[in-house]
Structures are given as C-alpha cells and as structure tokens.
Design a protein around this ligand. Sequence first.
Ligand code: FAD
Length: 282
Amino acid sequence: MHTPQFSLEVFPPKRNAPVGTIYDTLDGLEGVNPDFISVTYGHGTHSDRTATARIANTVRSEYGIPTVAHLTALYSDEEVVDQALDMFDAAGVFGVLALRGDVIEGQREAGAFRHASDLVSYIRDRRPNLKIFGACYPEGHIECPSLDEDIHNLKIKVDAGATNLISQLFYDNDDFLRFVDKARAAGITVPIEAGIMPVTSAKSVRNMAKKNATVIPRRLDAMLEKWGSDRESLRRAGIIYASQQINDLVAQGVDGVHLYTMNHPGTTRRIWSNVKPLFQED
Ligand code: FAD
C-alpha cells in the first residue's frame, strides 16, 4: 500500500521578533515526524531575503529534517534569484517551491519572471537535480477566470520542470479531489500534496477565504458561528476538522498532506497525534 507524504510549512519570524522564536516553533514540533519542512519566503523588495535560507539551514542541520525553501520571483531579477539559489545550496535544501508571489499594489515588478513557470524553467536549467515544487489551487487561482484555464496554466508549470505540487488551503475535500481528477485528465502526473490549514480564528478563516475565494462549507460556517468568539474552543474544533479532512483525504488515496503550521506547534502536534497512524507503513 502506498504511504502518503506528510510535510509541514513554517515561516521565518518577523523582522522585529526575537531570533529565538523559530526555535520555540521547531522545538515544539518534537515528536512530529514530517517527510520534510518547507520554509516560506518573504515577498516584495523590502523583505529579508536571507531569512528563508537561514531557517532552512537550521531545520536541516540542527533538527535533521529534509527541507524545501520557497522562492518568489515577481519582484526579483535573475541576480537575486541566483543569490537565493546559492544560499539554498549552502543550506542543503533538497527542493525549492518556485512561486510567482502576490501582486503588491504600487510596487514595480522586476520584469524577469512573469509567471511561476518562468522561474521553474530558470531553476531547472541551473539546478538539474533539484526537486522543484509548484503551487496549485483546488478552487482555481483568484486571478484566473476558470479552474480549467488555471489547470491549463498549471500544466505549463509542470512541463517547465516542476516535479511536485502543493495545494492552496481548502475546506471541502470534494473540491480537492475534483481538482486532482481534472489535473490528471489534463496530463499532469506529478505528485500533488493537499494543503491543510487548521482553523484557529474565525476572523483569519473569513479573511483568507475572501482573499483566495475559498468556499466555507456549511459545517465549518456553523463552527465559526458557534465558537467564533471562544478562541480555545474553536482551536479544538479546528484540530478535529483538520484531522477529519486528513483522514478522509488519505482514505481517498491522496499523494500527500502539507500542513500549514502557522508556527503553532501545539496545534500541529495534536493534529499529528490524531493522524500519525495514517502515515506509517504497516
Ligand atoms: P502562477 O503559477 O504564476 O499563477 C498565478 C496566476 O497566473 C494564476 O491565475 C495562473 O492561472 C496564471 N498563469 C500562470 N501561468 C500562466 C501563463 N503561462 N499564462 C497566463 N497565465 C498564467 N507567497 C509568498 O509570497 N511566499 C511564500 O512562501 C508562498 N508560499 C506559498 C505556498 C503555497 C503551497 C501556495 C499555494 C501559495 C504560496 N504563496 C506564497 C502564495 C503565492 O505566491 C500566490 O498564491 C500567488 O498569487 C500565485 O503564485 P503562483 O506561484 O501560484 O503563480
């Protein structure tokens, strides 16, 4: 029987946060056994471009966990991307999640990379042995007029050299499963990991859903209504919701699950203890 992948995502602490914060997160994840951890990349010209590589290096060398570094390209030219790739080599990452990044109002694009697929082929040419991950959107990317068109564009990204895909968050598994069927029908054969974001606050769920045009199913809406002003109860219900999503996805034979930790190790640990048997070989 095929055992799905299980991976986690962490983000570098904010610039003004104490340096040790990431250790609190990583120490707090002790006992969780991911196949890899991915580290997000601060987008835009004003972000700290070295943070991802530094954290990736810490995850790999101090915690012994294989690491993937995110990289966005809309506001970077080739030189910045080359520097990032050199830093990722030094950090020992086995893969890069190549992203376009969100459009930032008022900030001028560098012009080198229009779509994530441009970055993918650039990296593929320079690092033939690196795994290249790409993002995908079970409900379609917000800027794209239709899911079919988005999947057509996704195929371009895969043909450019992406070896793995990780999905945007979603709350209805049927959306993800339908998307995977469509992607397979379009000739996309690489592994597709399902991105799961645990519910921790009603406000952030509603904001994220609005930003990404993610559907909030009725049973989640009921949870937000009932416990929206009781953070701890909502967090507990969110742990159950995410665990059930994962249980169902694994039963449906998904390639893997990517858990957005939001740097909340306690929530991640509790979900892991619920779903751990699903990711262990017999
Ligand atoms: P693309 O694949 O370029 O797609 C963007 C839009 O362009 C889509 O509508 C697509 O249909 C369209 N498109 C793509 N190719 C073509 C083409 N050839 N012709 C015409 N249209 C095309 N953001 C960060 O800033 N930092 C992070 O670390 C980060 N990590 C993420 C991790 C995951 C798993 C996901 C799902 C998202 C992440 N993001 C991150 C957010 C991401 O940057 C945004 O969702 C962004 O809006 C799109 O990036 P993309 O790489 O999917 O872009």
